[in-house]
Design a protein around this ligand. Sequence first.
Ligand SMILES: Cc1ncc(COP(=O)(O)O)c(C=O)c1O
Length: 607
Amino acid sequence: MSRRGSQSLPQRRLRAFSPQNVADDQLLPLAFARGHNSASDDASFVRLAFAGRFAPVAMRFTTRTRPLATKLAERTGLTGQAVRVCPRRLSALANVPAPPKITRPLQRPQQRQFHQPQHHQQHRFASTMRLTADNINPNVRRAEYAVRGELAVKSEDYRARLSKGDASLPFEQVISANIGNPQQLDQKPITFFRQVTSLLENPELLKNEDVLINGLGYKTDVIERAKWLLKQVGSVGAYSASTGVTAIKESIAKFLERRDGFPADPAHIYLSAGASSGVNTLLNVMCVDKSTGILIPIPQYPLYTATLALLNATCVPYNLDESKAWGTDLDTIKKSYEKATAEGIDVRCIVIINPGNPTGASLSEDDVRAVIDFANQKNLVIMADEVYQTNVFVGKFHSVKGVLRQMQKENPGKYDSMELASLHSISKGMVGECGHRGGYFELVGFDPEVEANVYKYVSIMLCAPVISQCLVELMVNPPKQGEPSYELYNKEYTGIHEGLRERATALHKAFCQMEGVECAEPQGAMYLFPTIRLPKKAVDAAAAEGRQPDELYAHQLLDATGICVIPGSGFGQADGTLHFRTTFLAPGTEWVGSIVKFHQEFMDKYR
Ligand SMILES: Cc1ncc(COP(=O)(O)O)c(C=O)c1O
């Protein structure tokens, strides 16, 4: 609002503004203080308007309310209308166009009353506008997350129909191969984990140890661990410290030391509600606005692009090299980095997902070294998403932290200023407790003030679920050889690992036989990501439906077999290529045969 405008504000009470003056589609987000007797009523009305509870108000100004109203007018961008309101100009108001997208101005239209004389109850009337998809945060609208998108929704619809006895579908079960959700697909929880957590949830059971041991087969180490965890956390129903329970962070640090052969400091470990929440925290802290760029591998797990869209920051994609079993290619990374910086983007971080989702690739030590070296040259934070670190079938998992510490040892001083955030989770691996939402991240080399802000960010969310923090502890500190629960734990753990490897191999073998399909050997994670070459007619049919060709393929696969996979377009893929991602979590092998049969029919249909 201009100074002149503010000086011309009428001092006296405004006359009522009647909605009859204005056509429905022109309803202005204006309301008048209606006969209030006290300035404090008006002031609170304005405050409510600020809080979005009421329409912006033009009102009877007093010395107390004028500054608020002025600010309100500025904040709402309705300066002109709000401020110039005076009895003489009321008729002109009717001609001021409504602000964009005010479709329904009040919560309860039947009670819409812009002018109610002389009563405080009238504060009821004045909400501004309904939420519509057009007036919500555009960043939310823009974000995409294919893993739970249209296909997933359709598959749930099919599942519901089947459960109600619908026999019209050409399949008897839905196979959710779209998402790495192990226990949804019959992976059994590890007994030790669930026995301990059952005692954490219901400590009363500990009063009957003999029943636990002799009746339910709980081992003594289950009981000891539950007692120890309860001593550390108090109750799993209580908030913990913001970054997590100290003793659990110490357990994680010991695990990292055993894994990498280098020390870890619990003070830089943050428990999170799954790795997703860690990624969210880190990106929120790092991204300022559109000028912030984050290097993201393509194809990628869409959490990254979706979160960047929410933050209105810039995704700087770098393609993984399919010809090198989806490894990283330094030249490609450099080119993406240079292109983005030439466009004025402040590239701050490179994400690596190892083992990869959706690719299933497990990075070689050389690849990890090359990324570290590049990040060091360009002062990039490395965000290492290592949630699949135990899902490795070929070679060995190389943690970025372990490799970085090794490089620091080999080259004293050279890599000392590197910043690394590594994430892990209870969702994947043989634990598969994704419904519990637990994970952690470790920060290395971050500026203490930045870390203080990370602390602040996580503390705004209070803390990660405490039961899931306990599951993280169990994951990083499972029964050891010689302990009572070890034998069963080891049997279950290796059984799940081998089952995954067998299914991955069977699926890979099937894909290799399919016409126009190429698939890298399964190395890790829970996914295969075959390339599919589809006939031109299929590409045209997809275009006619306004879909990508791999989307058409995935829809038809679901419609024909009940198997839900995600088209490569949902993860990003090199131009001119088509893929789909499937998990290999579903039990049995008949469904693999169904994919082979469907593929043949699809190819014949569009040949
Ligand atoms: C690479 C990757 N990172 C993070 C996540 C999310 O893990 P969480 O369940 O711990 O949030 C997933 C889930 O599929 C994933 O694939």
